[in-house]
Design a protein around this ligand. Structure first.
Ligand code: 2HA
Ligand code: ZN
Length: 272
């Protein structure tokens, strides 16, 4: 048995929240993060859990997440203060056996509830758990400046948006060969945005919410962070290119495919 605060996944989660904040991706209470905890980790820490709290409705049904535990940031909590006060900033929530309710079993000691985007996080975990045979465990939502800025000027479709980003560095297609999904501005925390994002997650590991931010999923902290920082760096290059008058040259589709073939990656050719 060990304490929640000593668990490796917990410390990686808190450090990631802190890093995202220091990069300017999570102003005030902007952004949120959730991690599906493994059975082995739960076995180590569950002596600290309390099951006294009431069940609450999730708002969506996630049958394949029944009885799973999630570490998740709290609604209205600031990323900036999470590392200093994790027990008041994040919680561990258990999903009930029907996949329709959750219960806080650890954390948010002064009250509160999981992020307003919890339905979106859970629906996306549900999709990715199925597709990746349980490999994906982390879902992260951030508000990076350059990516958001581009959503005001780039075409609002997956193909054009992805290609504009892929064009910026050969690494982009290698890091997210399935591409990027883009959604229009939708009501934050709504069931509609949860469903629309989950639909995109059937194809993509990264979805851009127009005029809002990025949602991404992956196996662990470094892979999700790696995708988001690559999208945001490419976005920063593109903002500079547009500011200098726009592209004069661009890679060909063949050049983008060639890099992926070099690394045996299954690039989404429908976006080229
Ligand atoms: O305030 O980022 O999308 C948290 C959010 C909502
Ligand atoms: Zn947001």
């Amino acid at each position: 048995m060990s304490k929640v605060s000593d668990a490796k996944f917990f410390n990686e989660f808190i450090d990631m929240v802190d890093l995202c904040c220091s990069l300017g991706w999570n102003e005030r209470n902007g952004g949120n993060m959730s991690y599906r905890i493994s059975e082995e980790d739960i076995a180590q820490i569950k002596d600290e859990f309390s099951y006294d709290k009431d069940w609450a409705e999730i708002g969506v049904t996630v049958e394949n997440l029944a009885n799973e535990y999630f570490l998740v940031t709290g609604s209205g909590k600031y990323f900036r203060y999470t590392k200093a006060d994790p027990e008041n900033s994040v919680c561990i929530a258990l999903i009930d056996e029907t996949g329709t309710k959750y219960k806080i079993v650890w954390g948010l000691v002064s009250g509160g509830r999981p992020t307003s985007e919890f339905p979106t996080h859970l629906l996306n975990h549900s999709v990715k758990k199925d597709i990746t045979d349980g490999k994906h465990r982390l879902v992260m939502h951030v508000h990076p400046v350059n990516t958001i800025a581009l959503t005001f000027v780039l075409p609002q479709n997956d193909k054009d948006f992805t290609r504009e980003i892929w064009d910026m560095m050969p690494e982009c297609a290698v890091v997210f060969p399935r591409g990027i999904g883009i959604l229009p501005l939708m009501l934050t925390g709504s069931i509609d945005i949860a469903k629309a994002t989950a639909e995109k997650f059937k194809t993509y590991d990264v979805v851009v919410w127009s005029m809002h931010g990025i949602f991404s999923s992956g196996e662990d902290f470094k892979s999700v962070f790696g995708i988001i920082e690559t999208v945001e760096k490419a976005a920063e290059i593109l903002v500079k290119v547009i500011s200098m008058g726009g592209k004069k040259i661009r890679p060909t589709a063949e050049q983008i495919v060639e890099v992926c073939e070099e690394y045996n990656l299954d690039i989404n050719k429908s976006l080229l």
